[in-house]
Design a protein. Sequence first.
Length: 302
Amino acid sequence: MDSPAVTLTPAEPTPDVEPTGPVAPRVAIAAGALALVLGAAGLATLAGTDASGRPALAATRPPAAATPAEPAGSTRAPAGQADAAQSAPGSSASLGAGPAASRPDSGRIGRWQQMGHEHSGIPAERRAASSPSGVLLIGDSSLTRTRPGLVAALSGRPVTWDHWNGRPTHGSVDVAAAIDGAGRLPRTLVVLSGSNDVFFPDAFAAQVERLLSVAGPSRRVVWVAPYVRRPKFADADAHNSAAIDAQLAAAAARHPNLHVVDWAGHVRALSAADAAALMPDGAHPSPAGCAQLTRMIVAALG
């Protein structure tokens, strides 16, 4: 039976830690997502449907004992840190307990599955998938903040969405794959994801390729280049988010159906005061930032 739009433990975003909630019955996130990057055995597969009728993800992965333990005190990111997200197979912990020696340290990712998650429901997915102008909005807390105004600006299009605060890109790709497996992936995807990949930027390019593989060459993917520069981690965030944006630009050069909305370049070009007005905590757009980002996305969609 179709389910209405669902809000799972919503929470108002704060400047320091993103809101999110318990894992939804909608999708069991494929734990081995980033193991694809490493050549490990964690391969996500569709495994029937869950209680709401959404496709469930099953995963084969190494035993839990093979996953590095989270060090004491690292459950939640420090105040001022970007989206907190969970150390789990397929996250930074499975890539190694600490930052790569060759790059600055943006800190550790926290437990994003405990944060707020919202999706529009299966009927909205079906409407968007059945229309040539249908759009899926997918991402993290940047989308949580931007989505209400963006949906209003796209009033002529059937829109569906899934945003989970603190979620890194591999989690968003898992959800897109599940929606596609159920035959409900629209022809256009708008992606606001990457801010939470500053903790392991070297893995981001592979997740972009995964999403483009899910979408296929006939779908249009509009991806917002993330801007992250939290005061406590300013230099590391600037370095790591620039690396993410460069990987996104490189992917766009290879894939003609990928269009990058250069939000990061736009913010970096502003004066410090103007940048702070749009991104006051260095990770999340303000209301003014959401309005400007919405205009840029709508212009990209045409």
